[in-house]
Design a protein around this ligand. Structure first.
Ligand code: FNR
Length: 383
């Protein structure tokens, strides 16, 4: 494909050609029938903009705030596990690209690079950390303390993974964490020599958020069995109070898809919620995030910041979510495609594409300030 990538889809195709199939599919898949995964993207295109003309479109601004932090546009990088398998040092490169772009980077508990690696890569600047609740509370307490020590400025607590949804592609490809080498996976690696060579160049230890910190996980070989049994099926709202007390900073609750749950989240005193179905990777058959957003904004939007993620593939999609009341959005696959396609430059490209599309879309809707967009920019009956 000649020339620079013009769309997130261009980056996706480049990543597909560069990254071994099991890791590309890990990003590019949803649970069971992938119905919710597909709806996340498809439902955006039904929402239409009101085109306005002869409005002064000079001096435009996308700058705003998310949980009190200045952002150059209301787009954050979503936490994604194993990102370092798309490209060596992937989380460090993603964080660098995000900092340079003036947007938040969220590091997953299940990252390849550790909290400390990422902090070092961005010279101690603040980033966000995503927490999964594990049964081993000592490990969680220690992880929270490490995030604080690394200058993380918000904790994103993911609530929708008490039990793992099944992705058929991962099972068929033999994906595990850490990846196991067998004939199938060897073949997948052999067809991507460039990726293999680049991985040899990385000096970082993998899964250091967990390995060496959780009980009985002294090395990589014990990691996959530990992970399989550690997600806590008993997670409940009282645990949020415990996390809040230990953390003492800003908290964002991720995985809210229901107005009842949004009210429960509000009662915890969290700073924001993320309307999210985990990118269609958990409850297949749940509505798309963009379809779930309006009812949640109606229920709690005047009392807590509502963010959303799932299916955003363009600046137009960001604009649609903002018009429906989201104060910020997160991108998962778009940053992973950029990373797989071209490392830090690829992530920067993904952010540039989305920024430009958002800016032009806002202007053609007759708006100059992203803080002023709303339902009035949408065609009634299309949302
Ligand atoms: C995720 N997601 C996720 N969420 C989370 O809280 N912790 C995690 O470790 C992960 N891991 C993860 C891996 C991969 C490969 C993907 C694609 C997603 C969900 C993620 O934060 C976000 O909710 C979705 O990715 C948003 O949907 P889009 O933008 O990918 O469509």
């Amino acid at each position: 494909m000649p020339g620079p990538a013009l769309t997130i889809d261009d980056l996706k195709e480049r990543a597909r050609r560069r990254v071994p199939r099991m890791f590309f599919d890990y990003a590019d898949s949803g649970s069971w029938t992938e119905g919710t995964y597909n709806a996340n993207e498809a439902d955006f295109s039904k929402i239409l903009f009101r085109q306005r003309v002869a409005v002064d479109m000079t001096n435009r601004s996308l700058a705003t705030r998310m949980v009190g932090e200045d952002v150059s546009m209301p787009v954050a990088i979503a936490p994604t596990g194993l990102s370092g398998m798309q490209h060596p040092d992937g989380e460090m490169l993603g964080a660098k690209a995000a900092i340079a772009a003036g947007i938040p980077f969220t590091l997953s508990t299940m990252s390849i690079c550790s909290i400390e690696d990422v902090s070092e890569a961005i010279g101690g600047k603040p980033f966000w950390f995503q927490l999964y609740m594990m049964k081993d509370r000592d490990f969680i307490a220690n992880l929270i303390d490490r995030a604080k020590a690394a200058n993380c400025s918000a904790l994103v607590v993911t609530l929708d993974l008490q039990i793992l949804g099944q992705r058929h592609k991962d099972l068929r490809n033999g994906l595990s964490a850490p990846p196991k080498i067998n004939l199938n996976t060897m073949f997948q690696l052999a067809t991507r020599p460039q990726w293999c060579l680049s991985m040899l160049g990385t000096k970082r230890h993998t899964f250091r958020n967990i390995v060496g910190h959780a009980q009985n996980v002294g090395d990589l070989s014990s990691l996959s069995s530990w992970t399989a049994e550690q997600f806590d099926p008993q997670l409940n709202w009282a645990d949020i109070a415990w996390i809040k007390e230990r953390w003492g900073g800003k908290i964002i609750l991720k995985g809210i898809m229901d107005a009842e749950d949004a009210r429960m989240a509000l009662a915890t005193g969290a700073d924001a919620i993320i309307v999210s179905n985990h990118g269609g990777r958990q409850l297949d058959g749940a509505p798309s995030s963009i379809a779930a957003l309006p009812a949640i904004v109606d229920a709690v939007g005047d009392r807590i910041e509502v963010h959303m993620d799932g299916g955003i593939r363009s600046g137009q999609d960001v604009m649609r979510a903002l018009c429906l009341g989201a104060k910020g959005v997160y991108i998962g696959r778009p940053w992973l495609y950029g990373l797989g396609a071209g490392g830090q430059k690829g992530v920067t490209r993904a952010l540039d594409i989305i920024r430009k599309e958002l800016d032009i879309t806002m202007a053609l809707c007759g708006e100059r300030d992203i803080n002023n967009v709303g339902k009035h920019n949408l065609v009634p009956g299309t949302f």
